[in-house]
Design a protein around this ligand. Sequence first.
Ligand SMILES: Cc1cc2nc3c(=O)[nH]c(=O)nc-3n(C[C@H](O)[C@H](O)[C@H](O)COP(=O)(O)OP(=O)(O)OC[C@H]3O[C@@H](n4cnc5c(N)ncnc54)[C@H](O)[C@@H]3O)c2cc1C
Length: 495
Amino acid sequence: MSKNVIIIGGGVAGLSSGIYGQLNGYDTEILEMHTLPGGQCTAWKRKGYTFDYCIHWLVGSSSGPFHDIWKETGALDEHTEIWDPDTYVTMRMPDGEDFIIYADIDRWEQYLVDMVPEDRKPIAKMCNDMRKMSSMQMFEDPAFRRSVLDYIRFMIKSGPAVRLFMKYGKMSLYDYFKKLDFQNEQLKKRLQGITAGMEDFSAVGFLFVLLWFSQKNAGYPIGGSMPFTMRMADKYKALGGTFTGKSRVEKILIDGDRAVGVRMADGTLKYADYIIGACDLHALMYDMLDGKYLTPKIKKAFAQWPLFKSIVQVSFGINRPIESEYHTYQVIAPGESIGNTTLTAAYGISNYNHDPEITPEGKCVMKLLFDSPFELWEDLKGEEYRAEKEKIASDATEKLEKLYPDVKGCVEVVDVATPLTDIRYTGVYRGAFEGFLPTSKNMTKTLSNTVKGLDNFYLAGQWLFPGGGLPPSAQSGKWLFQLITKKDKKKFRVS
Ligand SMILES: Cc1cc2nc3c(=O)[nH]c(=O)nc-3n(C[C@H](O)[C@H](O)[C@H](O)COP(=O)(O)OP(=O)(O)OC[C@H]3O[C@@H](n4cnc5c(N)ncnc54)[C@H](O)[C@@H]3O)c2cc1C
C-alpha cells in the first residue's frame, strides 16, 4: 500500500514535492487555494496581452544540480528555448548616463577599466573574485546523504570559492565595495547604486549572481512563468498526482504530536500519513499550527532576519513594437514617488521583446517594478486602494514615457499588481515575495525541513533558504523526499 501525502500549496515547491513523491511511490494530493498551480511563478492575460510576474532569470538554466531538478520535474524540456541576455541590468543614472552591468565578467571588466583606468586594480580584484566563485561545487543531495568523501571532494574542488566564502560570507556588499577601495567617485556611486535600499545585501550573493549570468546558467526560459509551471503540473498529473484547486487549508490536524491531516476552510477534514507545508511559512507555523511548534530558529528568523521588500508591478500592453537597447533598465531615482511610495533607490523597466511567446505580433509588453514598503499597504482597502492603484498607473505610465518617449499614446492596457494582489493569490507573508533577504548575517544559514516535536510533518519552499527563488524552492521538494524515503527505508528515485 502506498502511503498518502497531503501537500499544502501548489507553487514550485509544492509541485516539486508532488513530483518527487509520485516518482517514489507515494500517493500525493496537492491542496492549492488558487485555481491554478504555480504560486508566485505565474502570469495572467489582459486584453490579449500576457503579463508575466516571476521569471527574469533561472539559475540552473543550462547545467548543474538545479538544472537536473528542472529536467527531472519537467520544468525545462527538450523544447524549452533559453534566452541568455548580454546584460544583467543597465542602470540609468540621474545624470542620464547609462551604467551597464554586463552578463559576461570579462566584458564587464573591460568596460569598467575603459571607463576608469585608475581603478584597474580593484576592478580586477572584484572580477577575479567572481571568477573564483566558479570553483564552488553545489551539493546535489542534502547533508544526511553526503559522505565524508563527498566533503573531501567538495573541499578540494571548491577551495578558492570556500576561501572567499570564509572571507566575505559575513560581509555586506556595501562593505565589500568599500573594502575594494575604488578611487573614482563616480564609479563608487554607481556601484553603491546596486545596493541602494538593501545596504546589508550579502557580498557573496552578488558575486554568485554575476557568475551565474556569466556562465550562461541563469537564462530566461522563453514563454516565461506560466508554461514553466504548467510543464511541472502536467508532469505531476501524468505521474498520477492529484491537484485540487480552490482548496484552502486552515489548520493542521494533530494527534499526540503527530500531524495526521488538515482542516479545509470549508470545514472538510482530510487525513494522510504525511503532511507537507509548501506554502507560506509564517501562516503554517503561526496560524495553521497556532504557534505551538515554533522552533527557536524559526522564531529568531522571523524576529531578526529582514524580509524582501514587497513590490508593485505595473504591466503595460503597447499597441506597437518598441525597440530597446537594453532589456532592463534600473532607473536610479531616490526620492521620486510612484503613488504613495517614495522610492529609496530605483524602479526597473523591462521590455519583453526577447520573448516572442509573450510579445504579440506588432505589439510590445513592458513592465515597471518598484519596492513599496508593506506598511503602506496593510490597511489600504476599498476606494482608497482603488485610488492608489489608479495613481500608480498614471505615475508609472509617465515614467515609462520618460524612458521611452515613443510609447506616448500607444499604451492600451495598464495593469497594477500590488503586494496585496500577491497576498490574495499566494498568501505570502507581508508580500515578502522571496521570503528572507539574504544578508551578511544569514547568507550561510538555512531552516530545517522538519519541525522538532511534530512527527510526520515537513516543510518545503522558499522560506527555508534566505534569498528564496525558484531553484531552492524546487530543490526543497527533492530533498524532502530523499528524507522521507530514507525514513521509509526506500531507495530514492528520480525517474
Ligand atoms: C515579481 C517576482 C519576480 C520573481 N523573479 C524571480 C526570478 O527571476 N527568479 C527566481 O528564481 N525567482 C523569482 N521569484 C521568486 C519565486 O517566484 C519564488 O521564490 C518561488 O516561486 C516560491 O515558490 P514556493 O512554492 O516556495 O512559494 P509560492 O509560490 O508562494 O507557493 C505557495 C503556494 O501555496 C498556496 N497556499 C498558500 N496558503 C495556502 C493555504 N492555506 N491552503 C492552500 N494553499 C495555500 C499559494 O496559493 C501558493 O500557490 C520572483 C517572485 C516574484 C513575485
